[in-house]
Design a protein around this ligand. Structure first.
Ligand code: 3PG
Ligand code: CO
Length: 555
């Protein structure tokens, strides 16, 4: 007797326009010169913080609060937007893969049985991000996968690596490649023909998202499948070290390379009869390569040669598209998201961001589900991102355009919920360029202002929050919080996310005067936001949602 019908909130009215603004990569941290949000002029966000103390607070955005394995796991956009949209905490990919590897169940499942058929005659190819960042993949999981595959009969293994420098320090790729090389050498001692076959930087090779630039995926295809790349090396350690000698090089953007044998032939092309596993658990940057590997009809680039392979993802990356069809670990079943409930309860919704974050406020928000719940009730607008650039070059990104679209949607009075993601703190923060990140944070703050002004005009309500930290801390620190220096005495730039909490502020002329943050959910996290937003739309949240952050006092 399940019903989509939400109960009326006993005190809060319906019909208000609610703006939900997610500042990507916008955490709260002590002010210093590496806190770009502090350094930047952010009068709008400052005024929310300094305004009504009962309408601004911090929420947890990392670790267990968002379904990650440990409290040492920084937050990220996937788990952050999942929690924001779903209102509950689901064990996420990282955790599910850990469990499946620990119990050994991963090697008993349908997906593994499917690829195992190739182990006798074919090569097993493993493609994915090589680091211990824990956002898209983890080295220790790859190690356990290699072990399990070899124990289960894989005789010839080729690893196609993508170097990180975005979820981990730039330059750390060399160490990860050395570790992997050691592991593969040990497998070779046991008679297994195991090698790294190709590589490239994650932002330049394979791991594009939301169809921003298919050229990225093509570069990966050429190296991994066709064995073709502009750079050829005899070993991956040599490749990464050599390519990093270019003063402009960094791990995120290393050019593609293939490993060749003494005759100059690529050691690991993907051919008929091979098995392929993409070992990232996170979806967004695997969907495009999964399409290239799986779809018979495919016109995004010329694949030249389409090998007949057995392909499995670490997880299924898109539940709606059933992509890929085969996978080693079942993804979290993020059902009954707030978006789906609200649409069933008559809430007309507008969602917008630019390409690089578009899926965050649609796909991730809706539980890793692409498309609309009900196209007559929803409108999703994607503003094309600049492609082929690093965002320190254009730190304002499309923040203004996103805000203007949101403003127009609010002023049209056609929508009850207007939801956006403002990418600057995160996307510019990941470049490690402090000055540019400051510019980006200011632009994001100006965008918030435009949206709040529109809410003011229509008598609406705003909820301003973030998905995880990034721009508020741009330096690697020791345990006491002091910047860590490298051997040369230089600070180490932190390109990754952080463990910091994020702000949430509510307000607007439509917010009933007695609404304030409760004091009895001090550990509240991103998953508490969905119930909060449902309340502001005039509904009670489902009982199994994490509790709302707000209460209504009589005054
Ligand atoms: C990325 O994919 O860009 C980073 O690994 C994580 O960033 P996001 O979680 O903010 O998207
Ligand atoms: Co990020």
């Amino acid at each position: 007797d399940f019903s989509w019908k939400l109960a009326d909130h006993p005190k809060l009215p319906k019909g208000k326009t609610v703006a939900v603004v997610v500042l990507d990569g916008w955490g709260e941290a002590d002010p210093d010169q590496y806190n770009c949000i502090h350094v930047a002029q952010t009068p709008t966000m400052d005024s929310l913080k300094k305004g009504a103390p009962e309408r601004w607070r911090l929420v947890r955005a990392h670790g267990k609060a968002v379904g990650l394995p440990t409290e040492d796991d920084m937050g990220n956009s996937e788990v952050g937007h999942n929690a924001l949209g779903a209102g509950r905490i689901f064990a996420q990919g990282a955790k599910l893969v850990d469990l499946a590897l620990a119990s050994g169940k991963i090697f008993e499942g349908e997906g593994f049985k499917y690829i195992k058929e190739c182990f006798d005659k074919g090569t097993l190819h493993l493609i994915g991000l090589l680091s211990d960042g824990g956002v898209h993949s983890r080295l220790d999981q790859l190690q356990l996968l290699l072990k399990g595959c070899s124990e289960n009969g894989a005789k010839r293994i080729r690893v196609h690596i993508l170097t990180d420098g975005r979820d981990v320090l730039d330059g750390s790729s060399v160490g990860f490649v050395e570790t992997l090389e050691n592991d593969l050498a040990k497998l070779r001692e046991k008679g297994i023909d195991a090698q790294i076959a190709s590589g490239g930087g994650r932002m330049y090779v394979t791991m594009d998202r939301y169809e921003n630039d298919w050229g990225v995926v093509k570069r990966g295809w050429d190296a991994q499948v066709l064995g073709e790349a502009p750079h050829k090396f005899r070993s991956a350690v040599e490749a990464v070290k050599k390519l990093r000698e270019d003063p402009k090089a960094n791990d995120q953007y290393l050019p593609p390379f293939v490993i060749v044998d003494e005759s100059g032939k690529a050691v690991g092309q993907i051919v008929d009869g091979d098995a392929v596993v993409t070992f990232n658990f996170r979806a967004d940057r695997m969907v495009m390569i999964a399409k290239a590997l799986e779809y018979a009809d495919f016109d995004k680039f010329d694949r030249v040669r389409v090998p007949k392979i057995r392909y499995a993802g670490m997880l299924q990356y898109d539940g709606e598209l059933k992509l890929p069809n085969r996978y080693l670990v079942s993804p979290p079943e993020i059902d009954r998201t707030s978006g789906e409930y609200l649409v069933h309860n008559g809430i007309r919704t507008f969602a917008c961001s630019e390409t690089v974050k578009f899926g965050h406020v649609t796909f991730f928000w809706n539980g890793n589900r692409s498309g609309y719940f009900n196209p007559s009730m929803e409108e999703y607008v994607e503003i094309p991102s600049d492609s082929g650039i690093t965002f320190n070059v254009q730190p304002k990104m499309k923040a203004l355009e996103i805000a203007e679209k949101a403003r127009d949607a609010i002023l049209s009075r056609k929508f009850h919920q207007v939801r956006v993601n403002l990418p600057n703190g995160d996307m510019v923060g990941h470049t490690g360029d402090i000055e540019a990140t400051v510019v980006g944070c200011k632009a994001a703050d100006e965008a918030v202002k435009i949206i709040l002004d529109a809410i003011e005009q229509v008598g609406g309500i705003y909820v301003v929050t973030a998905d995880h930290g990034n721009a508020e801390d741009m330096v690697k620190r020791n345990k006491t919080g002091q910047p860590l220096l490298d051997k040369a005495g230089k600070i180490q730039i932190l390109t990754s996310h952080t463990l910091q909490p994020v702000p949430i502020a509510i307000g607007g002329p439509g917010l009933a005067s007695g609404v304030r943050f409760r004091k009895d959910v001090p550990d509240g996290g991103l998953a508490n936001v969905a119930a909060t937003v449902m309340n502001l739309h005039g509904f009670e949240a489902p009982t199994d949602y994490e509790p709302t952050l707000v209460e209504v006092v009589d005054n």
